[in-house]
Design a protein around this ligand. Sequence first.
Ligand code: 5GP
Length: 187
Amino acid sequence: MEKGKLVVYTGCSGVGKGTIMKELLRKNDNIKLSVSCTTRAPRDEDTEGVTYYFVTTDRFKELINEDGFLEYATFCDNYYGTPEKPVDELLAKGYDVFLEIEVDGGMQVMKKRPDCISIFITPPSMEELENRLRGRGSEDEETIKKRMARAKEEMEFKKHYKYSVLNDNVERAADEVLSILNKEKTN
Ligand code: 5GP
């Protein structure tokens, strides 16, 4: 069986990459989303083992020492990392595996796995991004400010990604991601 494609899928907080991801999973059952470990507190919409594995900082550090991560990074004071083994198992089974990760992790994966596909999701504008982040209502003012500051820095990394996709409309953006994937798979 042919191995699946590894996709680094990045976009700033609030850009709507999670919503596009749901569309991708609905439209294409060969796509799997990697489940990350994080030390951040769960939000209402989070489910252990589905959106993340929620771990303590001590446990996260143990996993780093055990070399369990394909990549890991800190983002707004918390650790986030991709467990490596499940990703390779899914790829071996022929699934296309999406890593919904921030830029530091994205850069690590591009170095370690040069055959990955890298896609950066961009917002229509930074104002729109702030509106979406506030509209979500799940973070306090300080967190929103931190995430907006980080979003501006993250936009600088867009140039390192092979593709960028504008999230002007979820359905359209999802279709564009799928056509990139199809194109890369037939190359
Ligand atoms: P959130 O707290 O909003 O769920 O995620 C914050 C940021 O961390 C997002 O940009 C998200 O894509 C990123 N992220 C989630 N999981 C991982 C991971 O395993 N590794 C890295 N590097 N970033 C991650």
